[in-house]
Ligand binder design. Structure first.
Ligand code: FBP
Length: 568
């Protein structure tokens, strides 16, 4: 066999030249954890901040143990942990969509728990916890997965632990595997589930009557799990937006080279438009739609279409027949008339679930239209069949509509084409559609995500060794060394009407119109539309000058002086 074919064979199973190199990438740690080569657990103390929501009374009634234990106090790393407990058995799982850096959370956990405690991986996600599918994670495992993208080491799923039977099965898993703690790496819904589980497992699980600790870790590429200065961003957002930023930069470069196409690019991000805002700040495209702005201005679908069509016609009048339009994945849900339709649909589908399942596919739309308010029924019947089909599709286990399946970009292109013809029949308009979604979730973490997640793992493990439960791990001051903290989950819970009933939820953080990042976009957007001022952020770097960047929107919103992050 030739040397080259031998080398190619060795690359199989995650051993490309790149993957082998990133395993050796050094990760900085917050000063609180001491030496990066041998990070030590830290103890926590109350920071003086207490969280709460208008629904505090209802939260106390449903989560009495957790609220009394934490007092909803935010914790901050205080000093190195003395008398580190031994023999702890900790399980970790991924929940929801994958995001870059999850493997480093596991590595941080394993390293801080040390050889005297055991870490178990749960496969896959909450379903694995219900089914008791656990295996012990070794040092060799962490050396293999560190700095690699995706969640493939453990897998993930979207099961919501909600029925009594499911809770009982989780308790059985804890007893069978003699667990002391569970770490749930997930988004807003999964961390809400972590709060519920922390209360359920608070006591009477182990033979001595004690409970099982539950700690959440904030993950989602959508960036909609943010809690002011306590949680500037969830992990995975930076990597995903840097991957999308590179691709959008390339398309902008092609647009300006070919000079004949409009590109409509939908970007992932189920509800909030953080991903689209970030990619716009990185690349400066022709048009950027922000769902929250559409909602605030109460724009109809026709108004959004008209806004784009007018821009197409205005540029055509200048002899410019190209452009790039960024579209947030969740746009449809923020257009007021569509939002009213979706809320009505959710209630109808929840109330008539059994009848709806029995109706044959071809008649499902007519069945639902008969039960909707007249205006909503009219709107539904005006939409293309493929869009209606997606709106009627099964929700995930958290009750979410699968917005990534709605072809908003194609819907807009069709409607803009028709509208441009009416404004200026001679204006050329040739458009391509793109959806940048799944390709951004599992890339190897940026240095920002890699370091952030490793320190989140160290923080989550320290919280466990410090005897805490019902908290979400966080690291603040990302441009000034990094400070490990803990956010009480019950201090974040609100009651929201979802799918026809009241539920406890951690509210999704939407793009705020008066946030510095949004204000910056608004201050430059007209100039980007008038002339092609775009830039190409290029491929993400793990070594060298361009590696030490944090997301532009995070830097702007946190008042940082530059894009440079600094941990350690
Ligand atoms: P999480 O909030 O669970 O991290 O998932 C985010 C996301 O990537 C959304 O941006 C997208 O709408 C959705 O997951 C797609 O879900 P699925 O992987 O089930 O298709």
């Amino acid at each position: 066999m030739s040397m080259l074919s031998d080398q190619l064979l060795k690359m199989e199973r995650h051993n490309s030249i790149f993957e082998s190199a990133v395993r050796g990438l050094p990760l900085p740690v917050c000063a609180a954890f001491g030496d990066a080569a041998r990070p030590r657990p830290v103890a926590f103390a109350a920071s003086g901040r207490v969280l709460g929501t208008p629904d505090d009374d209802k939260v106390l009634a449903s989560f009495p143990h957790s609220v009394r234990a934490s007092g909803n106090a935010v914790l901050v790393s205080a000093k190195p942990k003395r008398d580190v407990p031994r023999g702890r058995r900790v399980a970790v799982l991924f929940s929801g969509g994958p995001a870059a850096g999850g493997h480093n959370v596991v590595c941080g956990l394993k390293h801080v728990l040390g050889p005297d405690n055991a870490l178990f991986g749960v496969r896959p996600g909450p379903r694995g916890l219900i089914n008791g599918n656990l295996f012990e994670i070794t040092e060799a495992d962490t050396a293999r997965v560190i700095n690699t993208g995706g969640f493939d080491f453990l897998g993930t799923d979207r099961t919501k632990i909600k029925t009594n039977a499911q809770f009982e099965r989780v308790r059985e898993t804890c007893v069978e595997h003699r667990l002391d703690a569970i770490v749930i790496v997930g988004g807003d819904d999964s961390n809400t589930n972590a709060a519920v589980l922390a209360e359920y497992l608070f006591r009477d699980v182990k033979p001595d009557g004690s409970g099982v600790q539950v700690i959440g870790v904030p993950k989602t590429i959508d960036g909609d799990l943010q809690i002011g200065d306590l949680l500037p961003i969830s992990f995975g957002f930076d990597t995903a937006t840097r991957i999308y930023g590179e691709m959008v930069g390339n398309i902008l470069q092609d647009m300006c080279s070919s000079l004949k196409y409009w590109h409509f690019i939908k970007l992932m991000g189920r509800s909030a438009s953080h991903v689209t805002l970030e990619v716009a700040l990185q690349t400066k495209p022709t048009i950027t739609l922000i769902s929250e702005e559409v909602a605030e201005k109460k724009q109809s679908l026709a108004a959004v279409v008209d806004q784009i069509a007018q821009a197409v016609a205005a540029r055509a009048a200048q002899g410019i027949n190209h452009g790039v339009v960024l579209i947030p994945e969740g746009l449809i849900e923020f257009i007021p008339e569509m939002n009213a339709l979706l809320a009505d649909l959710d209630d109808v589908l929840a109330q008539h679930a059994t009848e709806f399942t029995a109706v044959v596919d071809a008649e499902k739309a007519a069945f639902v239209e008969g039960k909707l308010a007249p205006a909503n029924a009219r709107l539904l019947s005006s939409l293309p069949a493929h869009v209606v089909q997606t709106l009627l599709a099964e929700r995930d286990s958290h009750g979410n509509l699968q917005v990534s399946l709605i072809p908003t970009e194609q819907l807009l292109v069709d409607m803009v084409k028709a509208r441009v013809k009416l404004i200026d029949a001679k204006a050329p308009f040739v458009a391509h559609c793109h959806f940048l979604g799944y390709e951004g979730r599992c890339g190897a973490p940026t240095l920002f995500d890699g370091a952030y997640t490793y320190n989140l793992g160290l923080t989550a493990g320290s919280l466990i060794l410090d005897g805490r439960t019902g908290y979400m791990a966080t690291v603040t001051h990302l441009d000034r060394g990094g400070v490990p903290r803990a956010i009480p989950l019950t201090g974040l819970l609100n009651v929201e009407r979802r799918h026809g009933k009241d539920e406890f939820v951690i509210m999704k953080a939407l793009v705020e119109m008066d946030s510095p990042a949004m204000r910056y976009l608004l201050s430059r957007r007209a100039a980007w539309m008038a002339a092609d001022l775009f830039c190409s952020p290029g491929p993400r770097q793990l070594w060298g000058h361009a590696a030490h960047q944090m997301p532009v929107s995070v830097a702007l919103n946190s008042g940082a002086e530059s894009l440079e992050f600094r941990i350690g």
